[in-house]
Write a protein that binds this ligand. Structure first.
Ligand code: PLP
Length: 378
């Protein structure tokens, strides 16, 4: 088999779109004024930021003032959590064991700092959130802050954002969702979905790294987490990452322009890979529920147990294939995964997360499957 370079780790990050690079270059070369300056150099840069904000707000059907630019998903998650626990009279926080560490570690630390009780909603073995348990936790505790991700970044399970947000509304809870894996991959209308905070990171949809935003519902009154300047209407101090902001808006535009077409293409690839593994690799199974309510960009494969498991990711890498791996404990392929442990996945089955983008081709999928089969058959 001829060696290729195949990037199937798009849940970790995506290649930047050429059109995005093109949109960012003039911001670096020509628009160098400080956006806070009142002279013409500054004003023209400020205008670029506000065009970008307006374009993003339009995609989510919100007002531009509800978008606050941050350095990415991690900072946006931190901001939603810290500001809520500090300022919104929160006595209790709810999350799940399978959140991204940007939420899980942050909540654990900030709950301890502010003396807020932390509860975890039950997850079933397929990775679905037990919504009746969430209802119970909300009913039996004082005002809660809820942080549950829209789609899990390792196994792809989706929650019904409307269902969870309605439940939070019923119990007067504040609802944050880490939408990093779904923003610009699924349509959103936050004028209808009663959400308080949502997180975005540009590098998950062919935008630049180090830029994202927090959507903050206009009815919430919070102050900045980062102090030292009046930028972002006083909600995030620091000179703005202008080329990042312009790149983010361009990447979102490109994604949403043909979102259904991209989704259909990627779903087809995921399905093709799933079918090939099912038909050609005895003993294979899948983490999460890939044929159910599942993110179309991710397929987490539980490969059959093998003594060579420790060599699997290395072997794929040697063959030019980039993927992520993890197991329910620290033995097996890759490092341990709190998500796989959270769904009680069998640690004897090496887990490989294949994740796709609109640039992924069927030939790349076939090459990756062929390499895994060769690993098992030799
Ligand atoms: C679900 C989720 N949340 C948050 C993040 C962090 O985003 P960023 O890399 O922009 O800090 C990631 C990225 O890996 C993610 O997948």
């Amino acid at each position: 088999m001829e060696r290729r370079q195949v990037f199937l780790d798009n849940a970790a990050t995506t290649p930047i779109a050429p059109e995005v690079v093109e949109a960012m270059i003039p911001i670096m070369t020509d628009f160098y004024g400080n956006p806070s300056s009142s002279h013409s150099f500054g004003r023209s840069v400020r205008a670029q930021i506000e065009y970008a904000r307006r374009s993003i707000a339009k995609h989510l059907n919100v007002t531009p003032a509800e978008i606050v630019f941050t350095s990415g998903g991690t900072e946006a998650d931190n901001m939603a959590i810290r500001c809520s626990l500090k300022e919104l009279n929160i006595k209790h926080a709810i999350t799940t064991d399978i959140e991204h560490h940007a939420v899980l570690n942050t909540l654990e630390s900030i709950c301890a700092e502010y003396g807020v009780k932390l509860s975890k909603v039950r997850i079933d073995e397929k990775g679905y959130v037990d919504v009746s348990h969430l209802d119970e936790l909300l009913a039996n505790n004082e005002r809660s802050f809820v942080s549950i991700m829209h789609a899990n970044n390792e196994i792809g399970n989706l929650i019904d954002l409307d269902e969870v947000s309605e439940l939070c509304l019923k119990h007067n809870a504040v609802f944050h969702s880490d939408t990093v894996q779904t923003m610009a991959h699924y349509p959103f209308d936050f004028s209808k979905t009663k959400i308080d905070f949502a997180t975005c990171s540009a590098h998950k949809f062919h935008g630049p790294k180090g830029i994202g935003f927090l959507y903050i519902n206009k009815n919430l009154k919070i102050t900045s987490m980062i102090i030292g300047g009046g930028q972002e209407r006083g909600l995030r101090a620091g000179t703005e990452n202008v080329y990042g902001i312009v790149g983010l808006a361009k990447a979102m535009d490109l994604s949403y322009t043909d979102v259904e077409e991209h989704a259909a293409h990627i779903k087809g690839l995921k399905h093709a890979m799933l079918e090939r593994f099912q038909n050609e690799l005895p003993g294979v199974s899948f983490n999460g529920d890939p044929k159910g309510n599942s993110l179309y960009t991710i397929l987490n494969v539980a490969l059959p147990p093998t003594e060579k498991a420790g060599m699997l990711l290395f072997n794929l890498d040697i063959n030019g294939i980039a993927v992520s791996g993890g197991s329910a404990c620290s033995s097996g392929a890759g490092t341990s995964s709190h998500v796989l442990a959270g769904i009680d996945a069998n640690p004897d089955y090496p887990a490989v997360r294949f994740s796709f983008s609109r640039y992924t081709t069927k030939e790349e999928i076939d090459y990756a499957v062929d390499c895994v089969l060769e690993f098992y058959n030799n």
